[in-house]
Design a protein. Structure first.
Length: 85
């Protein structure tokens, strides 16, 4: 079994979302159809722009968190927001 880390975008230069899953196709459909609600449904984030494959769920999750931290550090206007992970 493989696990994926992925990034979705809302529109050009817009909101990004980083996630991890064991079924990439199913998860992208869930985002596009707004089946789970939450952040991606609220901000219209549904276009898959990047993914990578991992051997374990833990590796995929760690990579997801690295991507989120890197994006937060690149946004100086949001430096005062709390960091996760």
């Amino acid at each position: 079994m493989f696990f994926y880390t992925y990034i979705l975008a809302g529109r050009r230069n817009g909101v990004l979302y980083t996630g991890s899953t064991d079924d990439l196709l199913k998860r992208v459909v869930e985002h596009r159809e707004k089946l789970r609600g939450g952040f991606t449904a609220r901000y219209g984030v549904s276009c898959l722009v990047w993914y990578e494959l991992h051997g374990t769920r833990d590796e995929a999750f760690r990579r997801e968190r690295q991507g989120m931290a890197a994006r937060m550090e690149a946004r100086p206007d949001r430096a005062d927001e709390p960091r996760l992970g």
